[in-house]
Ligand binder design. Structure first.
Ligand code: YSA
Length: 345
C-alpha cells in the first residue's frame, strides 16, 4: 500500500507541473482529489484494513491529501496571477526584473586584521589564535602581575562566575592578547615568531578612543641575541607599510610588568596631522601599542631559559589603526552598525 500511495503522489506532482490552464487544473483536481479518485478510494477503504495497517496507511493518505490540496491552491494562485496579467490586471507583474539581493561585505575590522596578518606574515611571523575566556594565571600571574599588584588596576576586567581551575585559578574575559605569549611558549620552543589577533575586553568607560570590547594583535619573537633594535625595526617596517613613509612614529618609555625595558609607540594623528584635535586629546599623537623586551620572569614562566634566549613583544590596539589611516574621529563608529559609515570600506 505504501508504494501505491507514493506512486500516486509522484504521478500527481508530475502532472501538475504540466498544467497551464484552469480547465486542466480542474480535471487534475477531480482526478486526484475528487470523490472517485484513487486517493479517496484508499481513504474510504481504511475501515476494511487490519488495525495496525490502518493507522500507517491512513496517516500516509491523509498527509498526501493535505499536500495535494496545498499544491492545488498554489497552482490556482499562480494561474490567477498570469491571467491577471494577460487581462490587464495589476496585482503581480511577473515580467518585472527581480529585486537584486543585498550583498554583505567584510567588516572594516576584519579587513584591517587581514591586512595586518599579511604584513606580519610577510616578515616571517606565524598567525595563531587563543581563547577569549582565560584563567587569571595566563592573563596576569604568568605575566609577572601577581594578585594585588597595582598594574591590575589599569586593566579592569569582567570576571566569569565559574568553578576555579587548576591551583584555584579564576576565570575572566581576557584584557589583552598577551596571555598567548605564555600559552605559545609552553608549547613551542625558540626560535619563535608569532602574531596573535583577537578580541579583548575591559570594564571601562567609552570615549572617542576607548571601547569595552576591542581587538589587539600581539607580537612575540624569541631567539638567541634578539635586541630592542629588532623590536624597533619590526615596528617601523610595519608603520611604513601600513601608514606610508611620511607618517611620523614616536617611541617613549612605558611600564608593563611583563617587559624590561618597556615602550609605547604612538603614530602622528591622522585627523589633525599632528596639530592637535579632539581625537588625539590635542597632543598630535595616538598611542597604538605597548611593547618591550620580554621580562626574564615571563620567559621562565613559559619554560624558556632567559640566560640563553631573549625576545621582544608588542600588543597593538587594532581599532586605532584605521582611525589613524583614514582620519576617523571616533572609534565607536566601528560598532554603531551605521551602514553609511560601514559602506565606505
Ligand atoms: C605591552 C608589552 C608587551 O610585551 C606586549 C604587549 C603589550 C601591550 C599590553 N598587553 C596592553 O594591553 N597594553 S595597553 O593596555 O596599553 O593596550 C595596548 C593598546 O590597546 C593601546 O595602545 C591601545 O591602542 C589599545 N587600547 C587599550 N585600551 C583600549 C584600546 N583600544 C580601544 N579601546 C580601549 N579601551
Amino acid at each position: 500500500m505504501n508504494q501505491q500511495i507514493d506512486d500516486l503522489r509522484n504521478q500527481a506532482v508530475a502532472s501538475l507541473k504540466t498544467i497551464a490552464s484552469s480547465d486542466e487544473l480542474n480535471s487534475w483536481r477531480v482526478r486526484y482529489l475528487g470523490k472517485k479518485s484513487s486517493l479517496m478510494a484508499v481513504l474510504k477503504g481504511l475501515g476494511e484494513l487490519p488495525a495496525e495497517e490502518r493507522r500507517a496507511v491512513g496517516g500516509q493518505a491523509n498527509q498526501l491529501k493535505k499536500e495535494l490540496e496545498a499544491l492545488l491552491k498554489e497552482k490556482e494562485e499562480a494561474l490567477a496571477a498570469v491571467s491577471n496579467l494577460s487581462t490587464g490586471g495589476t496585482d503581480v507583474d511577473i515580467t518585472l526584473p527581480g529585486r537584486p539581493a543585498n550583498l554583505g561585505k567584510l567588516h572594516p575590522m576584519t579587513l584591517v586584521l587581514h591586512e595586518l596578518g599579511e604584513i606580519f606574515a610577510s616578515m616571517g611571523f606565524e598567525i595563531v589564535e587563543g581563547p577569549e575566556v582565560e584563567w587569571d594565571y595566563y592573563n596576569f600571574e604568568a605575566l609577572n602581575i601577581p594578585k594585588e599588584h597595582p598594574a591590575r588596576d589599569s586593566m579592569q576586567t569582567f570576571w566569569v562566575d565559574a568553578p576555579p581551575g587548576e591551583n584555584g585559578w579564576e576565570m575572566l574575559l581576557r584584557t589583552h592578547t598577551s596571555p598567548m605569549q605564555i600559552r605559545v611558549m609552553e608549547k613551542q620552543k625558540p626560535p619563535l615568531r608569532i602574531v596573535v589577533p583577537g578580541r579583548v575586553f575591559r570594564y571601562e568607560a567609552t570615549d572617542a578612543t576607548h571601547i569595552p570590547m576591542f581587538h589587539q594583535i600581539e607580537g612575540l619573537a624569541i631567539d638567541k641575541g634578539i635586541t630592542m633594535a629588532d623590536l624597533k625595526g619590526t615596528l617601523y617596517e610595519f608603520s611604513r607599510r601600513f601608514f606610508g613613509t611620511d607618517r611620523r612614529v614616536r617611541f617613549r618609555c612605558d611600564f608593563f610588568p611583563f617587559v624590561e625595558p618597556g615602550v609605547e609607540m604612538a603614530v602622528e594623528c591622522g585627523v589633525c596631522k599632528g596639530e592637535g584635535c579632539r581625537l588625539c586629546g590635542q597632543s598630535g599623537w595616538i598611542e597604538i601599542l605597548g611593547a618591550g623586551m620580554v621580562h626574564p620572569r615571563v620567559l621562565e614562566a613559559g619554560g624558556i631559559d632567559p640566560d640563553v634566549y631573549s625576545g621582544f613583544a608588542f600588543g597593538m590596539g587594532v581599532e586605532r589603526i584605521p582611525l589613524l589611516r583614514y582620519g576617523i574621529d571616533d572609534i565607536r563608529l566601528f560598532y554603531s552598525s551605521d551602514l553609511r559609515f560601514l559602506r565606505q570600506f
